[in-house]
Design a protein around this ligand. Structure first.
Ligand code: SAH
Length: 452
């Protein structure tokens, strides 16, 4: 564990007011061996669950493959994760069961993200309304922790009209989010809204649920995607002596009802579109859905203002084969029992940067441990430790801090990346704006937290 250094005095006071001493009512559970979805190989042995229980998705895929031949990895992943009847997220979405995420590990994580949004809202002129839009909210824990910070800072936000907009495909997870955030008091299919559900948070803030980002109303918004982009379908490509081929999923002719990877016999439309001529790697993964999403967010931010904060494991265009499955906190063969395990691939931040180019500025990726340190995690830990009543809580706090910050755990492999309006990071030239003298405040997390 890293030594706990005192934070700069300026952010000390604000963090103390913003975060108070309040915590979640429950502390995160830590059942060994809880594994975050780290890089391939980090989770130990591969668990190859029997395909017998796979049922729906496998049966559906076998019929399709027999009728029309191999499918892309992207199509396979989409069916396995979000098939409307049997997909992994549609049916269960195992946050906590199959993998653990930072907001589930410690309340501090969500609290510091809440501070990030307040800090950017202040730096960008304290607009009188904003939407907080979370993509893939899981159990709703992160939004819950952010709402607690907004509630602590009610006096600061008193003239600001805040609303929450959750983009979630899983009926099961949206029901869990509704229970966590509103106590279950929600209305389905509200009139005159593109939302499929609405409710009021326990702190009195309206919350809406959607299936797609395009259903979320336009307007000044702060976006959040934590461990969301890694769940979007990827295409995989392999360089061979005869050039680039796309990796496809097919039925194994030797073993009944078993799937295998094959290479496309010739170039596919995806090979033409996604492999750059200057590519030097032999194996490449591309997530076009993530690219489209970033373009949409960048367009919205350019037009209406706001910012997006994206946090995930990933790389800057350097890694090759990162596609992997998780079930019951263990690595799981991606082709076995689709629909019963989480499938995921590292996010390529260099691709996201390219997709935002021209519309917004981007910051990062910066390592999670650096981002959280810049946000004042050491101070928050100190405050909670000082007020923890028993040694078990004390130990729990230190353990979760270590999970989030240790370079060998989540500290180095998770990264933060932001989209911001150009004017937030680059002052217009003196010629455009001769009055401007003061320097722009740093963007918290990527620089020091100042909150003036
Ligand atoms: N952000 C949460 C959960 C991450 S798991 C956390 O960090 O704990 C991924 C989340 O994205 C789940 O809520 C899942 O149901 C949702 N999801 C996956 N694919 C999606 C899609 N295509 N559209 C909307 N939500 C999706």
């Amino acid at each position: 564990m890293q030594p706990i250094m005192p934070p700069p005095p300026a952010c000390r006071a604000l963090l103390a007011t913003a975060l108070g001493l309040a915590g979640r009512h429950r502390l995160p559970c830590h059942r060994a061996p809880l594994a975050a979805r780290l890089s391939s190989g980090a989770g130990g042995e591969v668990e190859a669950a029997g395909s017998g229980e796979a049922g729906g998705v496998l049966r559906h895929l076998l019929l399709k493959l027999r009728a029309t031949g191999p499918v892309t990895v992207a199509e396979y992943m989409r069916e396995a994760l979000t098939n409307p009847g049997q997909g992994y997220y549609t049916r269960r979405g195992g946050v906590g069961e199959d993998f653990i995420t930072s907001p589930e590990i410690s309340q501090i994580f969500g609290e510091l993200i809440g501070i990030w949004y307040i800090s950017e809202w202040m730096a960008m002129g304290k607009q009188n309304a904003f939407q907080l839009v979370e993509l893939g909210p899981g159990m709703g824990t992160l939004t819950g922790d952010i709402l607690r910070v907004f509630n602590q800072l009610a006096s600061l936000l008193s003239k600001c009209d805040v609303s929450i907009h959750l983009v979630e495909v899983s009926p099961k997870l949206s029901a869990i989010q509704a229970e966590m955030l509103t106590g279950g008091k929600v209305q389905s299919n509200p009139e005159n809204k593109s939302a499929y559900m609405k409710g009021i948070s326990k702190t009195g803030i309206p919350i809406y649920w959607y299936r797609d980002i395009q259903d979320v109303p336009q307007g000044y918004s702060f976006y959040l995607a934590h461990e969301f982009l890694d769940a979007l379908p990827i295409h995989k490509f392999q360089r061979t002596e005869k050039g680039w081929h796309e990796v496809l999923v097919d039925i194994d002719p030797e073993v009944p009802d078993q799937l295998r990877f094959v290479l496309s016999p010739s170039r596919t439309p995806a090979t033409e579109n996604f492999i750059q001529p200057e590519e030097t790697r032999d194996h490449v993964e591309v997530c076009p859905e993530a690219g489209v999403l970033i373009q949409r967010l960048a367009c919205r931010i350019e037009k209406d203002g706001g910012a997006a904060l994206i946090a995930d494991y990933g790389h800057d265009g350097t890694k090759t084969d990162t596609f992997r499955g998780f079930r019951n906190h263990k690595l799981h063969d991606v082709l076995k029992a689709p629909g019963t395990a989480d499938l995921t691939a590292d996010v390529d931040f260099s691709y996201l940067r390219k997709m935002a180019e021209g519309r917004t500025a981007t910051l990062g990726p910066i390592k999670q441990r650096e981002f959280l340190k810049n946000m004042g995690i050491d101070l928050r830990l100190q405050v909670l430790l000082q007020h923890s009543r028993d040694s078990a809580t004390h130990e729990q706090l230190l353990h979760s801090f270590d999970m989030l910050m240790n370079p060998k755990k989540m500290g180095d492999c998770f990264h933060f990346f932001a989209l911001l309006p150009h004017h937030r990071v680059v002052r217009p030239t003196k010629k455009d704006n001769p009055q401007s003298k003061s320097p722009l405040p740093p963007v918290a997390g990527f620089g020091e937290l100042s909150l003036k």
